[in-house]
Design a protein around this ligand. Sequence first.
Ligand SMILES: [Zn+2]
Ligand SMILES: [Zn+2]
Length: 369
Amino acid sequence: MASKDFYTVLGISRNASADDIKKAYRKLAMQYHPDRNPGDKAAEAQFKLINEAYEVLGDPQKRQVYDSGGGSGFFEGFDGGFARGGANFGDVFSEVLNEFFGGGSSGGRQQGEHILRQVELSFEEAALGKEISIKLARWETCAPCSGNGSKNGKSVTVCSSCRGTGFIRIQQGFFHVQKTCGTCGGEGRMITEICPNCSGKGRISVDRTITRSIPAGVQTGMRVRISGEGHAGVSGGPPGDLYLDVVVKPHQVFTREGDDLVIEKNLTLTQAIFGSTLEIPTLGGSYAMKVDPGTQPGTVRRVRGKGIANPQTRGLGDLVVRFNVEIPTRLSREQREALERFAEVSGESQENPAGGDGGLFSKVKSIFE
Ligand SMILES: [Zn+2]
Ligand SMILES: [Zn+2]
């Protein structure tokens, strides 16, 4: 996935203030807005990219995740495919730019609002996938009136003032002036008897529990889209989407680097010296790993395909084991004697416990002499 630096996209420095970011976004969004560049594909692509960048940098929490390099980006899930950006730029766009372009088409079909929720997952749930249930209150189309706001869905009549157009034309001298119809408010229709179920709004608030599987491998900073599970649309418009911002809790044993599952493993002195076979915990099991004799502290071993699934490519990362060697801090008399014997046999004396480093000291000394 080609990743563009969002700061470069907005032409700002990495320590730009929230205000700077908003200003830069507005300026660029106005410049590249499709309405100002009709038919210009390059401008349209740039406009989408600008929106994508602002969606992240304009949100302090997401910006932090982005700055820390966590989460390669946002991915939009299951029913919507993996389209990145674009699909939901209307959100941010309408929020920030309404004042410039005049928002909201009155009267017509309108898409329902999107719903944004945060889901917290354990490390294993995120890595292996998890079915989750989200409780939410959302607007749904009123059943008795099918969303048109009139009693029994019937008594909607065409506005007599504007004959259903929503506009009134007035002659002023030589000119015709078009004005929004005051009788119907531009809707073009009149409700004679209001639906008692929704008080004429066409939508009612309903408590719902949405159950979906979060795909394996998601991580903090990713956004999952569940299309069509947002608020119901208005006047036959499509519903909005439900977005889930993923937050993954840290694990006591594992960490994650990209798609790799990383574990630090302590070896005893003798395990490191003589080698051993160890049970290394992995997600949902363990892996028997042979440790070579003479394994040094800091040694890294990698097992292909035993890591975490990538939710976009579906490839598997590696299991990465970093070895530490534990130096005992308390010794029994027997252990001490054994190690003293070891030192003796190795030709190390207690007067010169650094062993071979004694030679190093004399070399350093000789430089200053
Ligand atoms: Zn009218
Ligand atoms: Zn109704």
